[in-house]
Each structure stands twice: as C-alpha cells, then as structure tokens.
Design a protein around this ligand. Structure first.
Ligand SMILES: Nc1nc2c(ncn2[C@@H]2O[C@H](COP(=O)(O)OP(=O)(O)OP(=O)(O)O)[C@@H](O)[C@H]2O)c(=O)[nH]1
Ligand SMILES: [Mg+2]
Length: 326
C-alpha cells in the first residue's frame, strides 16, 4: 500500500475524522512501511501541534474516570471546545469488554461529533503504548482538537509516563475507601497538579469533605513541583455533574500561571527531550537484541559470566563491541 502523504496531511488539517482514524491506524501499525508513512505525516503536522490543553487523568479502577471524562467532556464541548480522549493502558486487564463498558459510561461523548474517543493502543510495552499515544495526541492537535484528555489506570509506571506527556495531571480519589490514603503509592500524589475526590454525592458528601482535608494535609508534606503552584484538593460528582466546572477552572488557572512563568513552555521542552532519550534507549536496546553477532555470542558469554570465568565488565565490552561491527 502506498500512502498519499499530502492527502493525509490535508485531510487532517481539515479535521476529517476518517483520515484521523486512518492516521492513528498507521501510527499503531507495526509494519515498517506504515511506520515510515506515519513519521512522514507527523513531520509535516508538527508545526500545527502544541496548542491544546493536555490533561492527564488517573485513578484506581472504579473511581469514576470514564464517568468523569464523560461529564467534563460534555461540559467542554458545550463551551465550544473540541475534545479528544486517549488512553495509556499497557495491561491486558481491559480488553474488548471494558471498552464496551466505556462506551456506555461515555455514551453522550462517544456520540458527539465535537469529541473523539480512542481506546489505548493494545499490546506491547509501556514505552511502545506511550509512543503511540503521544503521536496520536499530536495528530489530534493538528486535526483541531484543543483539549486532549489522556486517561490511565493506576498500575505500574503508567502514571509517570502519562504525567510526562501532559500539562496538567489530575488524580481522582475516593473518600473513605478503607485505609486513609487507599494504599496509593505516595508517588502518585507527587505527580498530581490537583486531586479530586469523586462521588461526593448523596451520603458520601461529608466523607468526601473529610477526605479532602486529609489529602490537603498529605499534599502539604510534599515539595511542590513548581514554586508557583500548590496542588489543590477538590470534591466532585461525575454522576451529578457537580464540581466539574470548578476543576476545569483550576486547570485554566494553572495554565495561566504556568504560561506567565514560562514553565509551560519549559516543561514541554523537557518533555520533548526526555521523549527523544526514551526513544533512543528503546532503539538501542532493540538494535542490541536483534544484532546477529550479539545473538550468536550471548548464550556463551552469559554462561561464562555465570560460572565466573569472565567478568561482567569484559562480557559487556565484548557485546557492545559487536554493535560497532554491524
Ligand atoms: N455515586 C456516584 N457513582 C459514580 C460517580 N462516578 C462514577 N460512579 C459509578 O462508579 C462506577 C465506576 O465508574 P467508571 O466511570 O466506570 O470508573 P472508572 O474509573 O472508569 O473504572 P475503570 O474503567 O474500571 O478503571 C460506575 O458504576 C459509575 O456509575 C459519582 O460521581 N457518584
Ligand atoms: Mg473507565
């Protein structure tokens, strides 16, 4: 298949949904021909990217991420925004079944032409999934989406990865779900630009208020990432659509402050550089693992290191030397 790059680029810049979906398919494809077409398209799109608000959302399964994104997304499209919802979920916990569940939780947003929802690319390492989502984010920006929401479930390193591709990272929590900080990794709070206690409705309102105070205390003990921003704690109900507007106001306030202090631009620059280094590392590892001479000698060298007849340093030197002789 030859890909007409010009047709893709023009279609995307005109916001043609069919082309958007086809481009993401190229990005997600493992065929090298598709990959190089995707890269050629991305290069051309780059000048048209970067204007969106990039918002990351995390929280344990069942906290209400999908419901929250439905409520926030509808509020935003009604304000005139165009919203793309992407996901980073390298685990296999959420295959076909729950994408369906998401369709029922995000029914209105799914059906709205001002929104675009794309489930997590499936399969592969976190690095691979993240690369595809980042590139998809850029394509969505070029296609005119001005708010990009990237969702992730709180497993493994995926929160750190998502926080490194967004401008604002929102952590959703529940009130009184057992032990106070829900056994959440403290690391997640360190990434948060705001915490929202969801399901603050019905009998739960009081508990949510208390949890809010607890999290405020917990956050005060952490050193903030920016001297200009103390992550606030809010309460909301995705179901009753309360508190959602306030959260969006916080996102915009953060953006104003970060723009004025130039931290937004600085942050994006360092994100781009770390992305480059992540790709270099991944590429080097890949090249190493697939190098025929390395493959040929690796078992014997490993054996020698294991039985102590060769030092790890000497073995590593030899293996890396093979790379130069490609
Ligand atoms: N009372 C109440 N229930 C809510 C609220 N938000 C979500 N729920 C319910 O909580 C359950 C889980 O909501 P989801 O939106 O699917 O949660 P999620 O975080 O996307 O879950 P995963 O996709 O499994 O990670 C559903 O039964 C929702 O109806 C809320 O604000 N209040
Ligand atoms: Mg969900």
């Amino acid at each position: 298949m030859t890909v007409d790059i010009d047709a893709y680029v023009n279609g995307l810049l005109n916001g043609t949904r069919r082309i958007l979906a086809k481009t993401i398919t190229l990005i997600e494809s493992s065929l090298s021909g598709h990959q190089s077409s995707a890269q050629a398209i991305l290069d051309r799109l780059l000048p048209h990217t970067g204007k969106a608000v990039r918002l990351g959302i995390t929280g344990v399964p069942g906290v209400g991420k999908s419901s929250f994104i439905e409520s926030l997304g509808m509020l935003l499209v009604e304000k005139g925004h165009r919203v793309a919802v992407l996901a980073v979920d390298p685990s296999s916990t959420r295959s076909g079944g729950s994408i369906l569940a998401d369709k029922t939780r995000m029914e209105r947003l799914c059906a709205d032409s001002r929104a675009f929802i794309r489930p997590s690319p499936s399969g592969g390492t976190l690095g691979g999934v993240a690369r595809k989502t980042r590139e998809t984010m850029l394509v969505c920006e070029a296609a005119g989406f001005d708010v990009i929401i990237v969702e992730t479930v709180g497993v493994g390193q995926s929160e750190t990865t998502v926080s490194s591709m967004v401008d604002f990272f929102l952590v959703l929590m529940l009130a009184g779900a057992g032990d106070e900080l829900q056994g959440i990794k403290k690391g997640v709070l360190e990434l948060a630009d705001a915490v929202a206690i969801n399901k603050a409705d019905g009998d739960n309102v009081e508990k949510a208020g208390k949890a809010r105070k607890d999290y405020e205390t917990a956050l005060r003990l952490l050193r903030p990432a920016s001297p200009n921003w103390l992550p606030p704690v809010l309460t909301c109900s995705a179901m009753e659509m309360t508190g959602i507007d306030d959260i969006w106001a916080v996102v915009l306030k953060h953006r104003n402050i970060m723009t004025t202090s130039s931290e937004l631009a600085q942050n994006r620059r360092s994100q781009a550089l770390s992305w480059m280094w992540a790709l270099v590392e991944e590429g080097l590892k890949d090249r190493f693992n697939h190098h025929p001479t390395v493959q040929q000698h690796l078992p014997e060298l490993s054996r020698q290191v294991e039985n102590g007849s060769l030092s790890p340093t000497a073995a590593a030197c030899q293996l890396l030397f093979f790379l130069d002789k490609s």
